[in-house]
Design a protein around this ligand. Structure first.
Ligand code: BGC
Length: 830
């Protein structure tokens, strides 16, 4: 923060306290956390740590090594990012120095005291909403202090911290993407005096690492420890001390310079951003066109032990590829390893990325000498590309072009080796679809594609992005549902529907317009009196007459890094760290614990997981999201949803879709080709919807190809429901932008939204309003020629009711077990 921001911060915080819905005051209850939760959080926080460099076995530290810890972040640790996704009342939070000491590591107490004194005189300012600090000013070091610490110790740990968040983008400045001069000076002085220096990066995003090259072998080891939640310090100590061998792998590429990232020229613009890099996001770009720009490739991460992959075979039969292999721990320490499977593809008519992740799995903990057989299978059609141009002969279809799809197996995208191939005899469309409304750009730009040069190598080329051809109005009019006739109260209760005594339609036919309207929004404000204190919203039975009919109110809370309520709740590792574990069973277990905690604390819906793609390292909310890769994103999101929902409560993946930046987030337009949308930005959601069946989905703030997501018929009806078969509840992100439907001018705001089957406005007051205020826009055109129909309102109300019937409060009220049925796996692991 600059001086002005600090001054404002002090004043604002004095007046307001922190900005959140948590204004209830009073006690936050018990700080107790279940042992199972603490264990899962610690294990996950440790498994997501990525060891980027470890020269001459610098790590783990020996039990007798004396360690000087530099950097104020040892105490002012960033355990999570900012905003709704991190605003949890954590019961405790272990920082680095305490974690190391608790693990019995020999840290230098004199240096610790010097930092403690300085921090007391220079306390961290925690800012306020949208103006949180991206870093904390570092303590300047003098040579004497460093030299005397070096005389007392065998090694140095230097920790550097960063944070960003909602409404708080990372920026290309010192103290955000770049190191500050004081941080560089700290590295300079420490590496000059110490023979062994280990650097820890405590951040939520990828930051510049070019300094690493200039320090060369003066820095022996680097750990990307991310932000690990309440167990951070213990987890880092587990890895530093060698209690756990690191097994995290990067979920994003680390490039040498920011300018090398493919979205760099089209990111952060206020009005619109052309997604000109198209499908070439992250490693898809670097591996295809710019290998030399990579410092650490996607999927990379070192271990303290060694692994050998042997007997690798690939079998292809009946449109399914099966990869089998044996993984052996050939080193001297127990550890886990990730097996990553990538595909290459024939260059064909549709430009393709050189590698694409198609399956992965993590071994169990293998002791030295121990071996594990692994088998992974995936359908060939998951390797198909989406043709939005018609070049392959199959417009608007997923197409497997003829030729060889190489199957590569390895430890990261760069070092994986070819283990076999799937041969596609002739080009086929594996899924024929049509272009949904507003899912292609309306103004032209050139998008990146790959063409083959005369040696068959991929070359970057640009082609005009296919422009939108579909008109929404006709499709809407063809799909207006009928509503059953209004019956008035016939005495049917919602529980009668479960008992099979009445249909959901019969139940809903009793509801008058006021009741239907109320099912299409939440209660008016955050921290609704109808729900648990500190809630983000309450929906479902928000009117007494609905409750009389057996519709309970349902409480929603943030997520993803813990439950945001007016009570203590576990603070979890951030999404990026979880993705770096590549361990879906572990993430599922962690969120099963979250589910249990939700039941206990009164949260029925967790507004999580965050599933947007890391399009660019500067996006402030990347910490909440998983990866630059959609398969890893989809699998992680599925694990979270399965974990939460297996406990009877429910999840709400967000932000659907293309919330790739925080700059002007409620107005900026993400202009994306249909191909990039389907292969990159929606694919994670598609996997999650099909595999894990989330009961809710939240739209995003931004526009997608000119239409706000909360009005997006193409996205929320044509793709989500008609193509993917989703039958849950779709809610807006908090409040929405007012707008008139361009095709049907009688419809505005809530009617425009419900026409798209964005069922619930959150919270519930009018667009943008934070007051308890009825918004007439849903019903105002009802019954008018060209207005919203009762059928459409009925359809969204039924979507909400269907969710309510699967919710925890309904199960509790009716004394039923809440069973959860996950869907089919995208790929299988044995
Ligand atoms: C965020 C959502 C969050 C909601 C409720 C919004 O500002 O974008 O992710 O769930 O607030 O707190």
């Amino acid at each position: 923060m600059n001086k002005l921001e600090k001054m404002i911060s002090k004043t604002v915080n004095k007046v307001l306290g922190t900005m959140s819905q948590d204004e209830s005051g009073g006690s936050l209850g018990s700080r107790e956390v279940s042992q199972a939760m603490a264990d899962a959080a610690r294990q996950a926080a440790a498994e997501g740590i990525v060891l980027l460099k470890n020269d001459n076995g610098a790590l783990p530290f020996g039990t007798d090594e004396r360690i000087s810890v530099f950097g104020r972040i040892q105490k002012d640790y960033f355990a999570v990012g900012y905003g709704s996704g991190g605003d949890v009342n954590e019961p405790y939070c272990i920082n680095l120095i305490d974690g190391m000491k608790a693990a019995g590591m020999k840290t230098d107490s004199e240096l610790e005291r010097i930092y403690a004194d300085w921090i007391e005189r220079n306390p961290a300012d925690h800012g306020f909403w949208g103006f949180w600090p991206r870093f904390h000013d570092e303590m300047p070091l003098d040579r004497e202090t460093v030299a005397s610490a070096a005389a007392r110790s065998d090694a140095a740990v230097v920790i550097i911290g960063r944070s960003a968040g909602e409404d708080r983008e990372n920026v290309l400045k010192k103290g955000s993407y770049y190191l500050t001069d004081t941080e560089l000076d700290m590295l300079e002085k420490v590496t000059a005096e110490f023979k062994k220096t280990v650097v820890l990066l405590n951040c939520g995003n990828i930051i510049d690492m070019s300094w690493l090259e200039s320090f060369g072998n003066r820095i022996q080891a680097v750990l990307l420890v991310w932000q690990g939640g309440m167990e951070s310090g213990r987890a880092v100590a587990d890895v530093l001390s060698g209690k756990i061998s690191p097994s995290g792998k990067l979920s994003d590429t680390i490039a040498s310079r920011y300018e090398d990232y493919p979205a760099a020229n089209n990111f952060g613009k206020r009005k619109f951003n052309n997604y000109a890099e198209d499908i070439f996001v992250g490693y898809r770009y670097f591996e295809t066109f710019k290998k030399d720009a990579v410092m650490f490739p996607f999927g990379f991460g070192l271990s303290y032990t060694e692994f050998d992959f042997s007997d690798i075979s690939v079998e292809c039969a009946d449109g399914t590829a099966t990869v089998s292999l044996s993984v052996k721990n050939t080193g001297g320490m127990a550890g886990k390893q990730v097996v990553e499977v990538y595909r290459s593809a024939p260059s064909g008519k549709l430009g393709k990325a050189k590698r694409e992740l198609t399956a992965f799995c993590k071994t169990r903990l293998l002791s030295p000498g121990e071996e594990q057989q692994i088998s992974m299978s995936f359908k060939a059609e998951t390797m198909a590309s989406y043709d939005d141009s018609g070049k392959s002969g199959f417009k608007n279809s997923y197409v497997l072009e003829e030729g060889e799809y190489g199957i590569y197996v390895g430890e990261d995208v760069r070092s994986c080796v070819k283990a076999g191939a799937y041969i596609q005899e002739k080009t086929v469309a594996v899924r024929r679809l049509s272009e949904p409304a507003d899912c292609a750009p309306k103004a032209s730009f050139e998008r990146l594609t790959a063409v083959s040069d005369k040696n068959g190598s991929a070359m970057a080329a640009y082609e005009p992005v296919p422009l939108a051809e579909t008109r929404r109005a006709q499709s809407v009019l063809h799909n207006i549902p009928e509503a059953p006739e209004y019956t008035g109260d016939t005495g049917i209760k919602l529980q009668d529907v479960v008992g099979g005594e009445a249909s959901l339609a019969d139940f809903a036919a009793q509801l008058d317009d006021k009741e239907l309207e109320a099912l299409c929004r939440g209660d008016y404000t955050m921290n609704s009196p109808l729900g648990t204190s500190g809630n983000a919203a309450v929906y479902g039975g928000i009117l007494p007459s609905l409750r009389d009919k057996g519709v309970p109110p349902v409480t929603a809370t943030d997520g993803p890094s813990g439950i945001r309520l007016h009570c203590y709740a576990s603070l979890l590792p951030i999404g990026t760290l979880l993705a770096c574990t590549w361990n879906t069973p572990l993430v599922e277990e962690l969120y099963r614990q979250v589910g249990a905690e939700m039941s206990k604390k009164g949260s029925d819906v967790l507004l999580a997981p965050g599933m947007n793609i890391h399009r660019d390292p500067l996006c402030g909310r990347n910490f909440e999201y998983f990866s630059e890769d959609p398969l890893l994103t989809g699998e992680m999101g599925s694990a979270v949803v399965r974990g939460v929902q297996s406990n009877g409560v429910s999840a709400c993946p967000k932000h659907f879709a293309c919330n790739s930046q925080e700059t002007n987030r409620t107005r900026t337009d993400s202009r994306v080709s249909q191909r990039a949308l389907r292969e990159i930005y929606l694919k994670g959601f598609e996997i999650c919807v099909k595999e894990a069946r989330p009961l809710n989905i939240m739209t995003s703030y931004n526009k997608l190809n000119g239409v706000w997501s909360h009005y997006h018929y193409g996205l929320c009806t044509q793709i989500l429901r008609n193509e993917w078969g989703y039958d849950g509840c779709v809610m807006t992100d908090w409040w929405m932008r007012a707008s008139r439907d361009p095709d049907f001018p009688l419809l505005r705001n809530n009617a425009y939204r419900v026409r798209a089957q964005v069922d619930v406005l959150m919270p519930g007051a009018g667009a943008g309003s934070r007051k308890r205020k009825y918004d007439p826009t849903l019903l105002e055109s009802l019954g008018k020629d060209g207005g919203i129909t009762r059928g459409e309102i009925f359809r969204s109300a039924v979507n909400t009711l269907r969710f309510v019937m699967r919710s925890k409060p309904f199960a509790t009220e009716n004394n039923r077990a809440n069973t959860y049925h996950p869907g089919e796996q995208w790929f299988e692991v044995e």
